[in-house]
Design a protein around this ligand. Structure first.
Ligand code: PEP
Ligand code: MG
Length: 760
C-alpha cells in the first residue's frame, strides 16, 4: 500500500472512532479539526459551512481564534475560502497573501499563517462547505496531502448533510418551494403536448457508512457490484427492441463502454484503499464527477459526465443489491416524470411503464436521454435551472413541448385551453393522416415537392411515415456529434449506406460536415472564438482539414455505388470555396475508380445559400453548381445580423419581411433562368404561412422538419398557386410594410389552411 493510502486509512480509522463517540456535534467537529491538524502537521484546521444567502460560516477551528468561530462569515466568491466554494475546486498556496483574492479577517488572527490548503466539502456535487489547513511556514502542499484532505472532506460533508451540525444548505440550493402556478421556458427535447401529474424521480441513495472496517470485504463488494452492473447493462441493451439499430445503440454502447472505463474503476479501488466502504468509494468518486460536471460548459463532456453520474447510482444499487427495486417511483397513466438528470438506461428501464411526459432539469436536446425519449415518443422538456425544488409529487403539470413551455400547478382556465389544444391536435392529426398518401399538388394542379430534413437514423422512419419525396437535407454532422470519437471511414460508409438503404428510391442530399459555432465535437479541441457563428466552421473548417473532408467524400462515394449521390456544401461564402471542395470530390472519385470499386450512378454537387456574399455572385455560382438549397436559418441571421439562437431577438425580425422576400425572389428567378434546381431547407419552410409565401415566390421544393409535414401538405392542398403568386408579386412591387397581415388575410379570404401543430 502506498504512503498516501496508509496515511489516509490511519486518519480515517481515528476519525471513525471519533464519529462513533457520543459527543455533541460541535465537540465532535472540534475534535475532528484538531485530529486533522495534527495528522497533517498544520497549525490550523478550520471548517466553514454553507448557510443561507450564499454565505459560509466558520463552524470550527483548531488554530484560529476561538472567538471567530460562528462569527466570521464570508460570501461565496469572497476571499480564498469563498473562491473554493464557488469553483468547487481545491486551492493550495505556499503564500496565501500573494493571491489576489486573499482577504484578511482580523478577528481570526490568521495573519501569521503563510501556507494555505483548502478543499470544498462536496455533497452530490453541491458545495456544502470548505475545509482549510494552514501553516506558519512557507511550504508547498503535496498532491497526496490534497487527496487526503479531500477524503476527509467527504466524511465531513456527510456529517453536515445528515443534519448533525444543525445546518444543511448547499450553496445555490435555497430555492423556496411554493404552491403558486408557475410557468417556465425550457428546451424541447422531444415534441408534443401532455397534461398530467408530477412524479419526482429521486434516485438518492443514503450512504450511511462511509469509513470501512474491513478493506478486503469492501474490495470484494466493489468487484461484485461492478460485475453485476456490467452484466445488467448488457442485459438491458440486448433486451430492448428500441435500440435495434441507429444511434440509440451507439448511445447505449458508449454508456456501456463507460462502465468498463479502467480509470473510473481505478479511482474506485484507490478510494477503498484509502479506507472507504464500497459505497463511500462510489460516492467519493461521484461527488468529484458531479463537481466537474457543474463546471463544465462543453455539452458533450457534460453528457459523458452525466452518464458517469448515472452509472454511479446504478453501481450503488448493485453494491446494495437493490437494483431490481423500482426506485420509489409510483407510475400511473398520468405520470410526468421530473428528474434532475437521468441516464439513457434508466429511461429505457421505464419504457414499458407509462411515462406520459418527461422533464429533465439538466438535459439538452443532444443529451443521450433525449435521443432515447424521442425514440420512445415521450414529449420532454429540459434545460431548466432548478425546477425540481419547486415541484411536488402530484402537482398538476402541462408540458408544451411544441413551444418549449412548462406549466406547473396550472389553473383550470389554462388547463381547459390545453385540453382544447389537444382536441384540435387530435382532429388535425386525423386530417393529416387522411391526406398522407395523396399527391402533394396545389388546387390548380401544380405539384410541389416536400422533403424532410434528417440527420440521425432515428429520423429515417419519418420518410415513410410522412410519405415525403426524399431527404432534402441530411445533416451528417449529427453522427459525428453523438459519437465519442471521430467516426472512421467504415463507420461513415456503413452509416451512409443504411441511410440510402432506408431511403430506397427516394433522393437524399447529404450535407458535408457542418461543425463549429454551436455544433462542437467532444473529441476535437479548438480555440475559443469570440464570434463562433462567424468563425472557423462548416466548409471553412473542412477545407483546412482536407483529410477529413476527403474521408467523408470517400465514404459517401463508396456508400452510393450504383445509386445517385447528392452532396451539398454548407456556409459557402465564395465560389472558389465550392470549386476547391469539388476538386477534392473529383479526386476521390478518381481514386475509387482506380481502385475498381463501383461508382455512383450519378452525382450532383450543390451549395447551401447561407452567406449573403453569394447573393452578388449568383449567376457565376450557377455556372459551377448542379443545384442550390437555401439555408434560411443561417442566411437570415447574417442578413439581419441577429444571432439565430438568441432568445431575446427571436421575435424581432420577421422572416417574411419585404427585404427577405426580395432576396429570395432574386435567388429563385435567377436560378430559373440558369435552370438550376432550388429548394429551401431552413425552419421557415415548415411554417404554413411562411411556406405559402415561399410557394408564391416560385419555390417548388421545400425541405422541412418531419413533424411539420401534415400542416404544410394541408396548406399546399388548399392553395391556389396562381393566386398566391399574383399576391406575392403585388406585395413585392408595393413595398407593403406588414407582409404577415396581408398574407393572413389572403389565407382567410382564400380558405388556405394555415392552422398547424407539430407532432413529435
Ligand atoms: C440553415 O442554416 O438554414 C440550415 C438548414 O442549416 P443548419 O440549420 O443546420 O445550420
Ligand atoms: Mg446552416
Amino acid at each position: 500500500m502506498s504512503v498516501i493510502t496508509t496515511k489516509s486509512s490511519l486518519l480515517l480509522r481515528e476519525l471513525r472512532e471519533l464519529m462513533a463517540s457520543s459527543q455533541k456535534p460541535q465537540t465532535r467537529l472540534n475534535n475532528i479539526t484538531s485530529l486533522i491538524a495534527s495528522h497533517m502537521v498544520a497549525e490550523v484546521c478550520s471548517v466553514y459551512v454553507a448557510i443561507p444567502g450564499e454565505k459560509l460560516e466558520l463552524f470550527s477551528s483548531k488554530g484560529l481564534k476561538a472567538t471567530a468561530v460562528h462569527k466570521t462569515i464570508l460570501n461565496v466568491g469572497e476571499g480564498l475560502v469563498g473562491i473554493i466554494a464557488e469553483k468547487a475546486q481545491p486551492l493550495a498556496l505556499s503564500d496565501a497573501k500573494l493571491h489576489p483574492n486573499f482577504s484578511y479577517r482580523p478577528e481570526t488572527g490568521e495573519e501569521i499563517y503563510h501556507s494555505f490548503l483548502g478543499v470544498p466539502l462536496l455533497r452530490r456535487g453541491q458545495t456544502v462547505g470548505v475545509i482549510v489547513v494552514q501553516n506558519i511556514k512557507l511550504r508547498s502542499y503535496k498532491d497526496e496531502e490534497i487527496e487526503v484532505l479531500e477524503t476527509i472532506a467527504m466524511v465531513i460533508a456527510e456529517m453536515i448533510a445528515t443534519g448533525e451540525l444543525g445546518v444543511f444548505f448547499a450553496i445555490k440550493e435555497d430555492d423556496p418551494r411554493h404552491n403558486k402556478p408557475h410557468t417556465v421556458e425550457g428546451l424541447v427535447l422531444s415534441q408534443g403536448i401532455v397534461i398530467g401529474k408530477a412524479v419526482l424521480y429521486e434516485k438518492r441513495i443514503e450512504v450511511l457508512k462511509i469509513i470501512s472496517e474491513d478493506m478486503e470485504l469492501e474490495n470484494k463488494r466493489l468487484i461484485n457490484g461492478l460485475r453485476d452492473l456490467k452484466h445488467n447493462i448488457e442485459k438491458l441493451i440486448n433486451g430492448l427492441e428500441v435500440i435495434s439499430n441507429g444511434e440509440h445503440r451507439g448511445v447505449l454502447e458508449a454508456y456501456q463502454m463507460l462502465s468498463n472505463d479502467p480509470s473510473w474503476e481505478k479511482r474506485l479501488f484507490v478510494a477503498i484503499k484509502k479506507g472507504l466502504t464500497a459505497e463511500g468509494a462510489v460516492q467519493s468518486v461521484q461527488s468529484d464527477v458531479k463537481a466537474r460536471l457543474l463546471r463544465q460548459k462543453n455539452p458533450f463532456i457534460r453528457e459523458k459526465l452525466y452518464d458517469l453520474d448515472d452509472l454511479s447510482y446504478r453501481l450503488l444499487r448493485h453494491i446494495r443489491g437493490d437494483i431490481d427495486k423500482n426506485i420509489n417511483i409510483d407510475l400511473n397513466e398520468d405520470t410526468i416524470l421530473f428528474a434532475r438528470n437521468m441516464g439513457p438506461a434508466d429511461l429505457l428501464e421505464y419504457s414499458s411503464s407509462s411515462i406520459k411526459g418527461l422533464v429533465i432539469e439538466e438535459a439538452s436536446p443532444n443529451s443521450h436521454v433525449s435521443i432515447v425519449a424521442r425514440a420512445l415518443g415521450i414529449p420532454s422538456l429540459g434545460g431548466f435551472g432548478n425546477i425540481i425544488n419547486i415541484v411536488e409529487n402530484g402537482d398538476k403539470i402541462i408540458i408544451d413541448a411544441n413551444a418549449g413551455i412548462l406549466h406547473i400547478r396550472q389553473d383550470q382556465d389554462l388547463e381547459a385551453v390545453f385540453r382544447d389544444k389537444l382536441l384540435t391536435q387530435a382532429s388535425l392529426q386525423k386530417k393529416y393522416d387522411s391526406i398522407r398518401n395523396s399527391p402533394t399538388i396545389t388546387r390548380d394542379n401544380i405539384p410541389i415537392s416536400l422533403m424532410i430534413n434528417a440527420g440521425l437514423m432515428i429520423d429515417l422512419p419519418y420518410l415513410k411515415l410522412t410519405n415525403a419525396d426524399g431527404i432534402g437535407l441530411f445533416r451528417t454532422e449529427l453522427q459525428f456529434m453523438v459519437s465519442s470519437k471521430f467516426p472512421r471511414l467504415t463507420e461513415q460508409e456503413t452509416y451512409y449506406s443504411s441511410v440510402l438503404g432506408e431511403a430506397g428510391e427516394k433522393p437524399v442530399t447529404f450535407r458535408t460536415l457542418d461543425i463549429g459555432s454551436d455544433k462542437v465535437l467532444p473529441y476535437f479541441s479548438r480555440k475559443k472564438e469570440d464570434n463562433p457563428a462567424l468563425g472557423w466552421r462548416a466548409l471553412r473548417f473542412s477545407l483546412e482539414r482536407p483529410g477529413l473532408l476527403r474521408l467523408q467524400m470517400r465514404a459517401l462515394i463508396k456508400a452510393s455505388s450504383n445509386k445517385n449521390l447528392n452532396i451539398i456544401f454548407p456556409l459557402v461564402a465564395e465560389i472558389s470555396e465550392f470549386v476547391e471542395a469539388k476538386k477534392i470530390f473529383l479526386k476521390e472519385l478518381d481514386f475509387i475508380k482506380l481502385k475498381g470499386y463501383p461508382l455512383p450512378k450519378n452525382y450532383s454537387l450543390g451549395v447551401m445559400i447561407e452567406v449573403p456574399s453569394l447573393l452578388w455572385q449568383l449567376e457565376e455560382l450557377y455556372e459551377e453548381v448542379d443545384f442550390i438549397s437555401i439555408g434560411s436559418n443561417d442566411l437570415l441571421q447574417y442578413l439581419f445580423a441577429s444571432d439565430r439562437g438568441h432568445a431575446q431577438l427571436s421575435q424581432r425580425y420577421d422572416p417574411i419581411s419585404i427585404s427577405v422576400l426580395r432576396v429570395l425572389k432574386k435567388i429563385i428567378t435567377t436560378a430559373e433562368v440558369a435552370n438550376i434546381p432550388v429548394s429551401l431547407c431552413g425552419e421557415i419552410a415548415g411554417k404554413p404561412l411562411e411556406a405559402m409565401a415561399l410557394l408564391g415566390l416560385g419555390f417548388k421544393q421545400l425541405s422541412i422538419t418531419p413533424s411539420n409535414m401534415g400542416a404544410i401538405k394541408s396548406m399546399v392542398l388548399s392553395l391556389d398557386l396562381d393566386k398566391i403568386t399574383k399576391h406575392m408579386d403585388d406585395i413585392l412591387s408595393h413595398n407593403k410594410s406588414n407582409v404577415r397581415d396581408s398574407l393572413i388575410y389572403f389565407a382567410k379570404d382564400n380558405k388556405v389552411e394555415i392552422e398547424s401543430f407539430s407532432w413529435g
